[in-house]
Design a protein around this ligand. Sequence first.
Ligand code: ADP
Ligand code: MG
Length: 300
Amino acid sequence: ATPTAVMVATGKGASQGVLIKGGNALEKAHKVKTVVFDKTGTLTIGKPAVVGAMLFSKFSVEEFCDVTIAAEANSEHPIAKAVLEHAQKIRQKYGSRTVHIKEVKDFEVHPGSGVGGKVGERRVFVGNKRLMRSFNVSIGPEVDNYISDAEQLAHTCVLVAIDQKVAGAFSVTDPVKPEAERVIAYLQSMGISSIMVTGDNWATATAVAKQVGIQKVFAETDPLGKADKIKDLQMEGMTVAMVGDGINDSPALVAADVGMAIGAGTDIAIEAADIVLIKNTLEDVITAIHLSKKTMSRIR
Ligand code: ADP
Ligand code: MG
């Protein structure tokens, strides 16, 4: 495209909340044959809510809540916010009205699986099954049943481990964005297929994919795994767009031919992306592709 055409398109995009960084993304977006979507915060509204909680072990409700609150207060993950608020509510029912957030030492973020650290003398992990597995926290049949039940309802199960034992769990839901199904159907009508890649578990991922009309799913992938999936598709000769909102999507946003950061997102995702969809609506994936098509057809 000519510099003028690029300027016109980026200006038009900007006025609609679609920020296009330079001509390269604009020249590639119209060739996109596959759009890879992150799940949480991208296909879903990203405002998860806790719908259930369960205590599994000898730890007291207070201690279970205290370590959860301490760990999740340090996390920026939207699930962490929901879990934190819920744990604070339970804590207030069982203990003092004012909840003091305990200090976490050696706090660690494990992108795509959860967080960890030390609360007092206790070693704590809050996150999914994969996090527990990678730190050798054993999952008994009772916990496993709770997880399966939650997953069948498309709920995400957040496990809390204290000293290598699963102390309890939270069941979390995150509704899909109202426009998701419509956008995916529209892309399909343009000959563009949609794929989901997520760090979340297979059962939840599959349930959400079904709700929005996505047939191809890759779940339980870590951030570099997401990028690898993009590269695999590119190896098949496809021009691939990636739509994501989080720090965990950054490698995939960089790997994609067109990386689109959606929503307020994290600064890192915005930096890694070629296009930023600031209105947080999936409709703007189509807006961006249309802008590219128009720009490119004008010069031919
Ligand atoms: P997605 O790829 O769908 O955006 P993420 O990669 O951000 O999801 O996270 C994947 C999973 O890791 C979440 O569904 C959740 O189970 C777990 N997880 C990540 N961070 C946290 C946290 N701070 N607290 C609890 N669970 C977490
Ligand atoms: Mg996300």
